[in-house]
Design a protein around this ligand. Structure first.
Ligand SMILES: Nc1nc2c(c(=O)[nH]1)N[C@H]1C(S)=C(S)[C@@H](COP(=O)(O)OP(=O)(O)OC[C@H]3O[C@@H](n4cnc5c(=O)[nH]c(N)nc54)[C@H](O)[C@@H]3O)O[C@H]1N2
Ligand SMILES: Nc1nc2c(c(=O)[nH]1)N[C@H]1C(S)=C(S)[C@@H](COP(=O)(O)OP(=O)(O)OC[C@H]3O[C@@H](n4cnc5c(=O)[nH]c(N)nc54)[C@H](O)[C@@H]3O)O[C@H]1N2
Ligand code: SF4
Ligand SMILES: [Mo]
Length: 854
């Protein structure tokens, strides 16, 4: 038998490791440190266990990226045989500039894909893949379609568009494009900059959707407070924090950047403390051994107010920072013209209403003890630098904007803005990427009316008896200020919104009133089942583009056409260009896509390359000091910006005194803009928003004594690790890793007489879902968790057997526009109804079934 020391010695000498090279490699952090202090260098595999898998060098290798609305953007490496991708791998160090196999440094860590990204092959070739244009033959939602030729499908769409525009005017078509493909520069879906927005706007018939499901409250807060959404640091800044408060943030599941976890681990190794404020004890908390503070959902602004009170009352605030950089934090920083109005400190101290927003006051509302609120406030105000990372989820609530504004006030009063290791996020955008490669001109984002996104069903069902403030009508719409849009059709691009917006039962009623629903997608989706026409879209493996990182990451990844488009699929750009020619001839066609001729529908290669090259040369090279030519970028596949120092938002404002891009040039805790509105019904918000951050009682939450009698539980629906919203729901490989379940606290489960594995109905007056139960103490009592994005599978009574929480959410957006996804009271009971984890009832909608059907 080997003795242990013997083995270690042998290994050491076989690796020829001396002390100097050992120190060098570990100091660079470039390799894993094995037990016993040995450094094992990464080694390329020589063989694979399962024949007949070919080795990578027998395949063609193409660098590309993952491409959907997940919080990151990682490298995918496609290995193909002929025109089929047989394997996907990811960054292994050699694809970056000067890279070598295994290279992975602090400055240039690999951008390695997660489980979802690596299972993309299963999504690409899934049986839900749309291969041909389809036209609905059954009722909406029934899933009966027949295959159509492109010619017939596009003619049908064009004819209906003309009819609806002439009969109902320029607001008849609702644009519900969303972020499924926002993160490319050419094939782009987006509410504002997207291909569909430009197409419908230019056509002259478009009601747009102005609020973003993700973070409308947070966006409002960032814009009002800092004047910009670029309030984010790059992820490596986390490595310098001494305290990280994860407030409604679970980076182990919900990505917000590429290598966040890696840099947070570095902070941990240097002794950083971690805190989690969240109704559930997350995997992020367990990974960093965080102090977990369970909080009642939708009460965060109250807890933060309690912290602010403690900080002011104990003189722990940074008065110097407040005086220099803020407006309205206290009486001394109010603008002259508003000296008689409420300032933040006096609101917190209770000067105006005799109610100090003390920790004791907050404890009653948020369910966190006053002692814990004080302890956290003390910790945050005295640990420097400290990152209060207030994520978006608690803002996806009734009055969610107040939570983010309150967080900004805490960040500012403790002087944690503009310093390395601090944090001013907000939205957290760390960089302005050059994002659009086609003409983005006066025709971009033309809208005739614009409404809050999740008010569309309300608008359709109540037309014309709708008040402008009920739908958040944007002021000054082109069709005439105040005119209520007469919506008769919906277009989806990069969006599964029917499945993802709020109150699905109300959407079902509304969609049956429409005359035209068009869905562009690469797969059949729950939304697609409600469409009249399905247009099959080539995925990012099947078209030429460049990938943008999400809000963090200074890099671009090239996305060549890795394989030919499957079936008869076309890109969105091809589809809208061809529709433009059909609707408005050469004039519309050329205006929409100036570099193309009509044959673009048949061959897009040269035109797409011309747009991308132009973009690279005139935007990236010209504005961002990139010297690498387009051809070399294409060869390498990735371009990473090297920064002289970690990017910290507002560092120059604090160090060099640059003004913030707000009207006052200060961090506006008191918003001059909000203070000056007199008729709120004429604003897009519809209802009053106070000029300073305040706690406002939500329309339903656990503190509501009346509503909790009937619906005693609060449901939250965070983002899943195993899906990106709805996509990947149909992927068997990922399905093996989870169940679409409801999480229930152990004491609640005991009272209800339910145990892990039982099936329950979660319901309220809006809808009902059937899901298995997971019982745990990692969730606070009174709260339920169901992850968003399951594909609805309705039975004959309209009960969703798959478990999509949006059957229960309310389509009542907050004044600033935030969707109230996490503001939901409900109840739960045992049931004999079966949960359906798959999508079998709808299998007839799968396009391969229709191959024979032309
Ligand atoms: N894996 C994965 N990553 C994603 C996405 C995805 O679908 N999958 N989606 C991306 C997109 S588009 C977005 S918008 C972001 C969303 O990013 P976030 O908004 O940060 O993510 P969520 O997962 O919704 O919520 C994070 C945490 O907030 C907690 N939470 C919920 N309600 C409350 C509350 O009222 N108060 C407090 N304190 N905590 C609460 C949840 O328990 C959860 O642990 O994620 C992005 N990243
Ligand atoms: N209950 C609850 N619901 C939520 C949330 C929550 O927290 N709780 N979060 C909300 C949030 S933050 C978001 S961002 C939304 C996400 O809602 P969606 O954006 O609707 O969700 P995805 O599942 O990402 O759907 C994107 C669709 O775009 C398609 N797609 C991808 N690329 C392309 C392309 O190039 N062209 C075309 N035509 N289609 C393409 C995909 O196949 C997919 O079907 O969900 C929201 N829903
Ligand atoms: S984190 Fe997002 S971008 Fe990265 S591989 Fe996973 S799914 Fe793709
Ligand atoms: Mo989102």
């Amino acid at each position: 038998m080997n003795n242990g020391q013997d083995w270690k010695d042998k290994l050491k000498s076989s690796l020829k490791m001396d002390r100097r090279s050992f120190l060098k490699t570990t100091a660079l952090g470039s390799a894993a440190v094995a037990a016993g202090g040995l450094t094992l260098k990464p080694k390329e595999a020589q063989a694979f266990a399962y024949e007949p898998y070919p080795r990578d060098d027998e395949l063609t290798t193409v660098v590309t990226s993952c491409a959907h609305n997940c919080g990151s953007r990682h490298m995918l490496v496609a290995h193909k045989k002929g025109d089929v991708i047989v394997r996907l791998s990811t960054d292994d160090g050699r694809y970056q500039k000067d890279g070598a196999f295994g290279k992975d440094t602090f400055e240039e860590p690999q951008i390695r894909a997660c489980l979802r990204g690596r299972s993309y092959r299963a999504r690409l070739y899934s049986q839900e893949r749309l291969l041909y244009p389809m036209v609905r033959t059954g009722a909406r939602g029934e899933g009966k379609f027949k295959r159509a030729s492109w010619d017939a499908a596009l003619d049908l769409v064009a004819e209906k568009m003309e009819l609806l525009k002439s009969k109902y005017g320029p607001t008849a078509l609702l644009d519900q494009a969303y972020a499924g493909a926002s993160w490319g520069v050419l094939h782009k879906s987006d509410q504002i900059e997207g291909l569909q927005a430009r197409f419908l706007g230019m056509y002259g018939c478009r009601t747009s959707s102005w609020s973003v499901p993700s973070y409308e409250g947070t966006k409002f807060s960032s814009r009002i407070t800092f004047g910009t959404i670029e309030d984010g640091n790059e992820d490596d800044a986390f490595a310098h924090s001494k305290l990280i408060i994860m407030w409604g943030w679970n980076p182990a599941y919900t990505f917000h950047g590429g290598n966040t976890f890696y840099y947070m681990r570095m902070a941990k190794q240097k002794g950083c403390k971690f805190v989690l404020v969240d109704p559930q004890y997350t995997d992020s908390a367990s990974a960093y051994d965080a102090w977990w503070i369970p909080i009642r959902p939708n009460t965060d602004a109250a807890m933060m107010a309690g912290m602010a009170h403690y900080i002011f009352a104990n003189n722990l605030h940074d008065q110097n920072f407040i005086n220099k950089f803020t407006q309205g934090m206290d009486a001394g920083t109010m603008p002259d013209w508003a000296k008689d109005q409420e300032n933040f400190k006096d609101y917190i101290l209770g000067t105006y209403d005799n109610t100090p927003k003390s920790p004791e006051w907050a404890a009653e509302i948020c369910g966190v003890s006053a002692d814990d609120i004080k302890k956290l406030a003390q910790l945050y105000a005295t640990t420097k630098p400290a990152a209060l990372k207030a994520s978006w989820s608690p803002g996806r609530n009734a009055y969610g904007e107040q939570y983010n504004r309150m967080a900004a006030a805490l960040q500012a009063m403790t002087g944690n803005i503009g310093v390395l290791g601090g944090c001013s996020e907000g939205i957290g955008k760390a960089w302005h990427a050059e994002g659009v490669a086609y003409p983005y001109d006066e025709f971009a984002n033309v809208f005739y009316q614009s409404i809050k996104s999740d008010r569309w069903a309300h608008c359709v069902l109540n037309y014309p008896n709708v008040k402008r403030e009920d739908i958040g009508l944007w002021p000054g719409g082109k069709a005439g200020d105040g005119l209520i849009p007469d919506i008769r059709g919906i277009f989806w691009q990069g969006s599964d919104w029917f499945n993802q917006l709020t109150n699905i039962n109300k959407e079902i009623k509304a969609i049956n009133k429409l005359d035209l629903v068009v869905c562009n997608d690469s797969t059949i989706t729950p939304s697609g089942l409600y469409a009249d026409v399905l247009l099959p879209v080539a995925t990012h493996f099947e078209r030429h583009d460049v990938a943008l990182p999400w809000y963090k990451g200074h890099y671009y990844i090239h996305r060549p056409k890795v394989i030919q488009p499957l079936g008869e699929s076309k890109t969105d750009f091809q589809i809208y260009t061809e529709l433009a020619y059909r609707l408005g001839g050469e004039q519309f066609g050329k205006r929409y896509n100036p570099k193309a001729n009509r044959d673009y529908f048949l061959n897009d290669d040269a035109v797409d390359n011309a747009y991308l090259k132009d973009w690279w040369e005139h935007k990236v090279m010209a504005h961002q000091h990139v010297e690498m030519p387009w051809d070399e970028f294409q060869k390498r596949g990735v371009y990473k910006f090297k920064l002289a120092r970690p990017h910290v938002a507002f560092q120059d404002n604090v160090e060099k005194g640059l003004p913030w891009p707000t009207p006052s040039g200060k961090i506006e805790i008191f918003s001059g803009q909000l203070a000056q509105y007199d008729d709120w019904t004429k604003t897009a918000y519809g209802h009053e928003i106070p000029a300073i951050p305040k706690w406002i009682v939500p329309w339903e939450y656990l503190g509501d004594k009346e509503k909790t009698v009937k619906h005693p539980f609060h449901l939250i629906s965070p983002h899943p690790r195993h899906r990106t919203h709805s996509i990947f729901n149909n992927i068997g490989w990922l399905r093996e890793t989870y169940e679409q379940e409801v999480t229930v606290n152990a004491s609640d489960a005991k009272k209800l007489g339910i145990k892990t594995g039982d099936t329950v109905e979660v319901f309220n007056d809006r809808g009902s879902i059937i899901v298995p139960v997971y019982v745990t103490e990692r969730l606070m009592p009174g709260v339920l968790v169901v992850y968003e994005g399951a594909w609805i599978d309705l039975d004959e009574n309209g009960i969703d057997r798959a478990g999509n929480p949006d059957m229960l959410t309310l389509d009542e957006p907050s004044p600033a526009g935030s969707f109230a996804y996490n503001t939901v009271l409900c109840n739960i009971r045992k049931t004999d109804l079966a949960h359906k984890p798959g999508w079998d009832r709808l299998a007839t909608a799968r396009s391969h079934v229709f191959r024979r059907d032309l």
